[in-house]
Ligand binder design. Structure first.
Ligand code: GAF
Length: 393
């Protein structure tokens, strides 16, 4: 699949620019086992890069023009490095312009590039196709012009691009997972310090299965930014009552309960979710290490219920998918994944039961919503990288 993607992007580059590309880069999408909506709350997350990629074919050109070809959309965009950079109506262009803006702000010197790209990360499915584009581009520019950026800086540049040119006030999880991904490892990331450690993603007889609801509710950006504002307000109130508290991780459930009246119902429920979720990630890591998959799965269901009822970022379609598998003896854990309001659910399913489940849930989903469900059997893969012939073997 990876090889085919590389071949197709290479061919499209040749067609557009009448030459072979000098470089190929691959930048993966991500899953998250647990730790949702806590990256911007100084919590812990447990994501991993997956074997779905944005692939870039790139060559330097001596002029100041950077020319993009978005193969999947059959759209082109060019700009001059001396142009003033502003967000544009074509969303995909903003991922690049946002990164470039960050690089220019840091004073880096670059010449033009010719770029063709294509993606097997489904767009708008909550698998971080945008982070994959941002980080892949930043990684490529860093390599080609020898800018000397660390992986952490690349992830932070991607995140800043999202804030400034895309308008989503996201945390660091997606970009970090895309850049730092390792084959068969999940990353336990401390989003307060950016310290991280890898854990074996060996789920024994269980496989990871993503169910793509194919819905993307339009309030994703506003809903996401609203949640950020709500928890910020909540934390301010909590800090007044507990002056020693700096972040959500310094709080426990009892402390949140005790100031419920001051927080108000909505903000109370948002804060309660965050405090619970931070603890759940720590418990999930222990369960993963101890191969206690029943416990891990139970934590995933609890996360879903918190996201749906207290954080209110799920939707009817995703709730349906999680409820469908909740009492299935072959599904040990399931929950909505990513920013929410649509996208995918992540499921831990007995390997032997995966195909049967896809058929059953697909049928039920079609009956209920008249939407064709898409299922992805994903593998945990390496982060953003330059692709060379040796990868092809
Ligand atoms: C989106 C954001 F981009 C991430 O930073 C994270 O907050 C996630 O939603 C929710 O956990 O993917």
């Amino acid at each position: 699949m990876k090889k085919k993607l590389v071949q197709q992007v290479t061919a499209s580059f040749k067609e557009q620019f009448n030459a072979d590309p000098e470089y190929i880069f691959l930048s993966p999408g991500r899953i998250n086992i647990i730790g949702e909506h806590v990256d911007y709350n100084d919590g812990f997350v447990l994501p991993a890069a997956i074997n779905k990629y944005v692939c870039f074919a790139v060559s330097k050109n001596e002029g100041g023009e950077t020319n993009f070809y978005a193969k999947d959309l059959n759209e082109k965009y060019s700009f001059n490095l001396n142009d003033e950079l502003q967000p544009v109506p074509q969303m995909w262009v903003n991922f690049f312009l946002g990164v470039l803006h960050q690089l220019k702000e840091r004073g880096f010197e670059m010449t033009g590039l010719n770029i063709s790209f294509s993606s097997t990360v489904p767009m708008g499915a909550g698998l971080s196709s945008s982070a994959a584009v941002e980080c892949g581009y930043a990684y490529a520019v860093n390599k080609i012009f020898g800018l000397g950026l660390s992986k952490e800086e690349i992830a932070l540049i991607g995140q800043k691009a999202e804030h400034t040119f895309v308008g989503v006030n996201c945390g660091i999880m997606d970009q970090f997972a895309s850049v730092f991904g390792k084959k068969n490892k999940v990353i336990k990331l401390d989003c307060n310090t950016l310290e991280y450690e890898y854990h074996n993603a060996d789920f024994k007889e269980y496989a990871l299965l993503l169910l793509d609801s194919k819905v993307k509710h339009t309030h994703l950006t506003s809903g996401y930014n609203d949640r950020r504002n709500e928890v910020e307000q909540g934390l301010e109130i909590l800090k007044k009552h507990y002056p020693e508290v700096k972040t959500f991780r310094d709080l426990n459930e009892e402390q949140v309960e005790a100031v419920k009246a001051h927080l108000g119902d909505v903000i109370y429920r948002r804060c309660l979710f965050v405090v619970h979720e931070i603890q759940r990630v720590l418990d999930a890591v222990a369960a993963l290490e101890g191969k206690d998959f029943a416990k891990l799965g139970d934590l995933m269901f609890k996360t879903h219920d918190g996201l749906s009822k207290n954080y209110e970022v799920s939707c009817e379609e995703i709730d349906f998918l999680v409820d469908f598998v909740r009492n299935d003896e072959n599904v040990i854990g399931a929950r909505m994944m990513g920013g929410g309001f649509g996208g995918c659910s992540i499921n831990l399913v007995k390997k032997t039961a995966v195909n049967d489940l896809i058929e059953r849930v697909g049928k039920a989903y079609k009956e209920k919503f008249n939407i064709k469900l898409e299922a992805y059997k994903v593998k945990i893969a390496k982060g953003t990288t330059r692709y060379t012939e040796e990868h092809a073997i």
